[in-house]
Design a protein around this ligand. Structure first.
Ligand code: MD3
Ligand code: FE
Length: 204
């Protein structure tokens, strides 16, 4: 496992996440299948999403928000599997954010055609907590800039097992996924699975 300081507030751990976490994530998507949500502007997202944990991120015509129940079923989101929460907490601590207790894990499922346009993650009240991202399956060309739109950006590949921690000065950086690289993964096929662990409410 290699730990790389990619930029201010950004730490990348190559190949840190293993099969135990992948199997836990596959159980989540089986229990609560990813679906393409609608943006407030009325467009269908190309990434299919689901959640686990006490809160889940959703979007529809009414906007972006965190909710405790899956709007499709009215049921709580699946519990966050312990190996997933543990990995997020340990990676955050290793990146300088001790005590990270995620309330939400947004599960993003990409196919070859999926993209995610540049955006900020600002639906969380707690901006002191980092966001921890875990990637599985096909590689993605990920792009990140500064805290305002249209400045300088950098891009790098996110590959199977990569864990990224974004905190401090990077927490409100614009970021997106330019494209998925073609290929085939043994467990995920022609897909990419990304987990983002989030603290929504201020911890104390
Ligand atoms: C930098 N997901 O779910 S993960 C998202 O690959 C999201 O599915 C992308 O952006 C994906 O909101 C990128 C890396 C990531 C996640 C959250 C961040 C980078 C971030 C929040 C702030 C800054
Ligand atoms: Fe994001």
């Amino acid at each position: 496992m290699t730990r790389l300081a990619v930029g201010p507030g950004i730490t990348l751990f190559k190949a840190l996440a293993g099969d135990e976490v992948l199997l836990a994530a596959l159980a989540v998507i089986e229990a609560c299948p990813p679906r393409r949500m609608m943006t407030p502007g009325g467009k269908s997202m190309s990434v299919a999403m689901t959640n686990c944990g006490p809160l889940g991120w959703v979007t529809d015509r009414d906007g972006y928000r965190y909710v405790a129940e899956d709007p499709l079923t009215g049921e709580p989101w699946p519990a966050m599997p312990a190996p997933m929460a543990l990995l997020a907490t340990e990676a955050a601590a290793a990146a300088g954010f001790p005590g990270f207790a995620p309330e939400a894990c947004l599960v993003n499922l990409y196919d070859i055609e999926s993209r995610m346009g540049a955006h900020q993650d600002r639906d969380e009240q707690d901006r002191a907590a980092p966001i921890v991202s875990v990637s599985f399956g096909l590689a993605a060309r990920f792009r990140i800039g500064g805290t305002s739109r249209g400045g300088m950006t950098r891009s790098f590949l996110l590959e199977h097992g990569d864990v990224l921690v974004f905190g401090g000065p990077a927490r409100l950086a614009y970021h997106g996924v330019d494209r998925i690289l073609p290929g085939r993964h043994s467990a995920l096929g022609e897909r990419r699975l990304n987990l983002t662990f989030r603290r929504v409410n201020e911890a104390r």
